[in-house]
Design a protein around this ligand. Structure first.
Ligand code: MTE
Length: 294
């Protein structure tokens, strides 16, 4: 309902008006501001000085298959999903495994805001102000052992609260994702607990999600309950379903087409314009050295 009432507020919910992110952006006044959201200070090292995608788009155009495969339905379907209390178990190959509730997690490092490019494998993109903490700070708390070569992340699985799970009954739930340890410890890898200076909305993966801005969006797993340090490359939901389409690494690479479409350009959701996709989603200077063979 949130979405429909939002459209009504904007006066664009009339019959026959086909909704698109671009039409919503036009109605909302094109791009959002470049000013920091309230709450946490913006980290100047992670601020590409791009106009933010309007909040109404970021919070109503969602991929969250546990709820729906229809992006504009997710925000309407998260109502019954309980995000409090919440705790995250972090363990596996480490000397101090622990379970942190959300308050503990928020105290691991001072919250900071980062503006990130966000590029989906489906070839659309947004510019998003996340609040949270570097993943490396969280992982350091548990003192990873040298044998930990990968990190596996798991989303909560509550079919009673997540109507999409039963509809995709052949999917290998729960949603899982993974990173190499060096990727996970990279300063760009981020744990988000907020968006636009507010607590992270459920449809965006609240209360806690991963943000890996140089990789396709599906690596940025939502509503995390488990982070496990492991020796072998972990299985992940998309890689298990379609390994040729969703490789484990999944860096944004404009020259490597998806088997079914080109990745050379992307649709900017704020303007509807097609823009060139940048290697590593614009973060090559920071992360290319992680991938020396390329
Ligand atoms: N995490 C879970 N648990 N379930 C999902 O369906 N979708 C992924 C990723 N994380 C997904 C997920 C995909 S495909 C994308 S593009 C992003 O979340 C979308 O994040 P957003 O809705 O905040 O834009």
């Amino acid at each position: 309902m949130l979405f429909r009432s939002f459209l009504r507020q904007l006066g664009i919910a009339g019959a026959g008006l086909a909704w698109s992110p671009a039409s919503l952006a036009r109605a909302a006044g094109t791009n959002g501001p470049v000013v920091p959201a309230k709450g946490a200070p913006r980290n100047p090292d992670f601020n590409p000085k791009l106009p933010l995608t309007p909040e109404a788009i970021v919070t109503n155009y969602n991929n969250y298959y546990e709820f729906s495969t229809q992006k504009d339905r997710v925000a309407q379907l998260v109502g019954r999903f309980r995000t409090s209390p919440w705790s995250v178990w972090i363990g596996g190959l480490c000397s101090k495994p622990m379970t942190l509730d959300l308050d503990d997690l928020l105290k691991v490092a001072p919250p900071e805001e980062r503006v990130c490019r966000f590029r989906c494998v489906e070839a659309w993109s947004m510019v998003v102000p996340w609040t949270g903490l570097p993943l490396a700070k969280l992982l350091s708390k548990v003192e990873p052992s040298p044998d930990a070569l990968y990190v596996k992340f798991t989303t909560v699985l509550r079919p009673d609260e997540m109507p999409g799970v039963a509809r995709l009954s052949d999917y290998p739930w729960p949603y899982t994702e993974g990173l190499r340890m060096d990727e996970a410890m990279h300063p760009l890898a981020f744990i988000a607990t907020g968006l636009f200076g507010k607590p992270l909305p459920k449809q965006n993966g609240g209360p806690v999600r991963l943000v890996v801005p140089w990789k396709y969006g599906y690596k940025s797993i939502k509503s995390i309950v488990k982070i496990e340090l492991v020796r072998e490359q972990p299985e992940t939901l998309w890689n298990t379903l379609a390994p040729r389409e969703y490789p484990f690494e999944s860096n944004v690479e404009p020259n490597v087409p998806h088997p079914r479409w080109s990745q050379a350009t992307e649709r900017d959701l704020a303007t509807g314009n097609r823009i060139p996709t940048l290697p590593y989603n614009g973060y090559a200077d920071q992360v290319a050295s992680l991938y020396p063979r390329k």
